[in-house]
Design a protein around this ligand. Structure first.
Ligand code: ATP
Length: 300
């Protein structure tokens, strides 16, 4: 059996590596393709400077004509506040982030920032105002310095180090033989999921945009890493208008509003205590997740 197991296990590793590489390539092509589909209006203008409010007003969206993904969705994120979206896989959570970044245009209703329809804004100005901490950060095959600096290429070395410190990455980097000059990415040092997410946080901190989107990793991080990232995200979010796409409920407890999505609708909304008191879907999801966490704690 062991003779069979080793080659199978090896194949599994190779398959995962290839699939990961393909995912990244696919993502880049998708970005290129998606960017081409959206063009600036002739009279497009820049977003004003200062605090920004986001409104989704009766938004409808379909990737393909015959399959509605978002159905009449309305919510607001006031300047500096955090709204978190939860719901089962496929409910449409990440789609909200893609629409806010204008990878696609809505098929009904409107998304507005400070009252301006996204379709009336210059894309370069919209995207400069948004920082994304994605589910799975793609690292360039370059130094860790380059990978953080990418958040704002004109930043000084001191600012890059300050961002790394704030993302709790500096000590880790200093422990590497080549420090900030360490090569990372597919052909360099492989970083863990938590470390990669910290690079993304450092990038976002360096960019310091008024709007932040956190697309939480679906893959399980160990609970100490998860708590550390959670508290970093909360610190980073202070003063930013923030949309959190959450896959675990423990990360949304402190949001100003939580939206529970199912099948493209918002089925419940409120703060964590309000939703628990309501005893609905959120309360049930919370109870189930607590039970799962209790079960996953190894007994000693
Ligand atoms: P998860 O928690 O698994 O990340 P989600 O709630 O974020 O899920 P979305 O990624 O928003 O879900 O997807 C919502 C629906 O839209 C899914 O049914 C998905 O299959 C579909 N979908 C997503 N991207 C595309 C696309 N590019 N083309 C067609 N359908 C898509």
């Amino acid at each position: 059996l062991i003779q069979l197991y080793i080659p199978l296990n090896f194949l599994g590793i190779v398959y995962r590596e290839i699939r990961q590489a393909l995912t990244d390539i696919e993502r880049m092509f998708n970005l290129l393709k998606e960017n081409q589909e959206i063009a600036d209006a002739a009279d497009a203008r820049d977003l004003p400077a200062g605090p920004l409010q986001i409104n989704f007003d009766a938004v409808h969206f379909a990737y393909e004509a015959n399959r509605q993904i978002l159905k009449n969705l309305s919510f607001a994120i006031p300047p500096g506040k955090t709204v978190a979206v939860v719901g089962h896989s496929g409910a449409g959570k990440s789609t909200l982030a893609r629409l806010l970044y204008r990878f696609y245009d809505v098929t009904g209703g409107a998304i507005r920032i400070n009252g301006h329809d996204l379709r009336s804004l210059r894309q370069s100005s919209l995207r400069a105002a948004i920082g994304i901490v994605p589910q799975d950060t793609v690292l360039f095959n370059d130094t860790i310095f380059y990978n953080i600096n990418y958040g704002r290429p004109d930043a000084s070395r001191e600012e890059v180090v300050a961002a790394a410190r704030a993302a709790q990455l500096h000590e880790f980097i200093e422990s590497l033989p080549l420090k900030y000059e360490t090569k990372v990415g597919e052909r360099g040092l492989k970083l863990s999921g938590g470390e990669k997410q910290r690079v993304a946080i450092a990038r976002a901190l360096l960019k310091n945009p008024p709007i932040l989107i956190f697309d939480e990793a679906t893959s399980a991080l160990d609970s100490a890493t998860e708590r550390a990232i959670q508290s970093q995200l909360e610190q980073v979010a202070v003063g930013h208008t923030t949309l959190v796409i959450a896959h675990r409920l423990s990360t949304v407890m402190n949001a100003d509003e939580i939206l529970v999505m199912s099948d493209g609708h918002i089925i419940e909304r409120g703060t964590h205590p309000e939703l628990l008191a309501a005893g609905g879907h959120y309360a049930t999801m919370w109870m189930l997740q607590q039970q799962e966490e209790d079960l996953s704690v190894p007994s000693t």
